[in-house]
Design a protein around this ligand. Structure first.
Ligand SMILES: [Fe+2]
Ligand SMILES: [Fe+2]
Length: 186
């Protein structure tokens, strides 16, 4: 089963107002801010779409308030992939799939990174397997799209600001549409 463009829009319209667990933004605001930061950084549309869609798994697998406080790793980085794989390319899917491991990697390779994480991100880090060893970080960095996943992760961490102005849902749905069309004609 694949998610259509309309399915994706409906997910954001239906569940976008849900608070992003432990952060002062909603799920939709977090997605829009992630997309906006990617655009501001000059990312290509595939990576902008990945930034916008990276937490779609949260909307497909609702776990209620702050699941990390109940010791739950919702594995949201994998949840949307089977539904997106028929319609999107690896340039979109891989950064999404790797965005949690990117945090584990950045903690290992960037001394200042851990200190910048929000409380909820620190709590989930342990549930997600903790900080990578140097060896694990090296293995991660050799994966295709690892660099994109690291970029996405840094936008993700910044996309938690209350009332930041961004382009709207339509803007990013148009990006996703163009990216889908490219993937389907490739
Ligand atoms: Fe995430
Ligand atoms: Fe996120």
């Amino acid at each position: 089963m694949a998610l259509s463009l309309n399915d994706i829009r409906s997910l954001f319209e239906q569940y976008g107002k849900i608070a992003y667990s432990g952060e002062p933004v909603t799920q939709l605001e977090h997605a829009l801010q992630s997309g906006a930061l990617a655009e501001q950084a000059g990312a290509g549309e595939e990576l902008v779409a990945a930034a916008f869609l990276h937490d779609l798994g949260h909307l497909l697998n609702l776990q209620g308030e702050t699941p990390t406080e109940r010791g739950i790793d919702d594995l949201h980085q994998y949840f949307a992939l089977p539904f997106l794989r028929p319609v999107l390319s690896d340039a979109v899917l891989e950064p999404i799939r790797l965005h949690v491991d990117a945090k584990r990697c950045l903690c290992a390779i960037d001394e200042t990174y851990f200190g910048q994480l929000s409380a909820d991100s620190v709590r989930s880090l342990e549930l997600q397997g903790g900080i990578f060893s140097r060896q694990e970080a090296d293995a991660f960095l050799r994966k295709p799209y690892a660099e994109d996943a690291l970029r996405l992760r840094r936008w993700d961490d910044l996309a938690k600001e209350e009332h930041r102005a961004t382009p709207d849902l339509d803007h990013y749905m148009n990006v996703v549409e163009r990216v889908m069309n490219r993937s389907l004609t490739a």
